[in-house]
Design a protein around this ligand. Sequence first.
Ligand SMILES: Nc1ncnc2c1ncn2[C@@H]1O[C@H](COP(=O)(O)OP(=O)(O)O)[C@@H](O)[C@H]1O
Ligand SMILES: Cc1ncc(COP(=O)(O)O)c(N)n1
Length: 274
Amino acid sequence: MQVVTTIAGSDSGGGAGIQADLKTFQELKVFGTTVITALTAQNTRGVSGVLPIEAAFVKQQLQALLDDFSISAVKTGMLFSSAIIHTIAQIIADTNIPLIVDPVMIAKGGESLLQQEAIDAIIHYLLPIATIVTPNIPEAETLTGKKINTIADIKKAADHLLATGVHCAIIKGGHLADATNATDYVFFKNGQAFSMQTPRIATKNTHGTGCTFSAALTAFVGRGLTIKEAIIEAKKFIQLAITHDLALGHGHGPTNHFAYQNDKKSCEVTIYES
Ligand SMILES: Nc1ncnc2c1ncn2[C@@H]1O[C@H](COP(=O)(O)OP(=O)(O)O)[C@@H](O)[C@H]1O
Ligand SMILES: Cc1ncc(COP(=O)(O)O)c(N)n1
């Protein structure tokens, strides 16, 4: 049994954050452990409160895990402050555990999950020690300081991210204005690249899509798939979770973390090598 860790915020509504990560880990048959960086009072309508955890206690949680378990992959989600990011980066840098960074910045409802001053800390401390970074389009724009309108802009943003030292950048296209497809763009430091496409699902129930995708990726990396295989399988996991949404709550509902196990053979991802 592989052990994986998520370092993220708690979503009381259960669709994103730590809760989405643990549900995904369980479905993918890895043993999930957690380091909680913040509590949020949150539902499908939005975030009504954030209570950050002190960086020293974040450190204590992570150290407790490393002192006991052999961890095969770690992901980060909501990190909230530069103090938390520095603390985590310092500890992970001394390990050789693959690190997947989902640079969570704002909730679907627009509430901030990362302080402005923490963006530099992600770029300078976390990305240089990361294996994969998974920004959506607005996050990639913030991390690189450049607007993304075209595929050429996506490639430029990826080059900018790869220059920090991260091995692989996945720029997710959930926010692109393409009514037909949801396309994610993957770039490796060695120059290889591919994109992956699935039909776009017309739904407002996309709360936690980024968390769920990066958790699935972490589980598959932890299970020993190659990075490319893990990325494609994680795309299937999120596609099925969005397709079979649960229609819970009154706002942006959660995705269905059960769907992949029920239906995984039915999902096709189209790959374009470049
Ligand atoms: N409506 C949709 N239909 C199918 N896939 C989607 C849809 N919205 C997002 N995705 C996919 O979900 C994953 C998360 O994407 P995105 O929404 O861009 O990130 P985030 O949740 O971090 O904002 C990506 O693989 C993206 O292509
Ligand atoms: C605690 C927490 N972490 C992350 C998200 C982002 O969610 P999404 O994946 O929908 O962007 C969230 N809303 N809450």
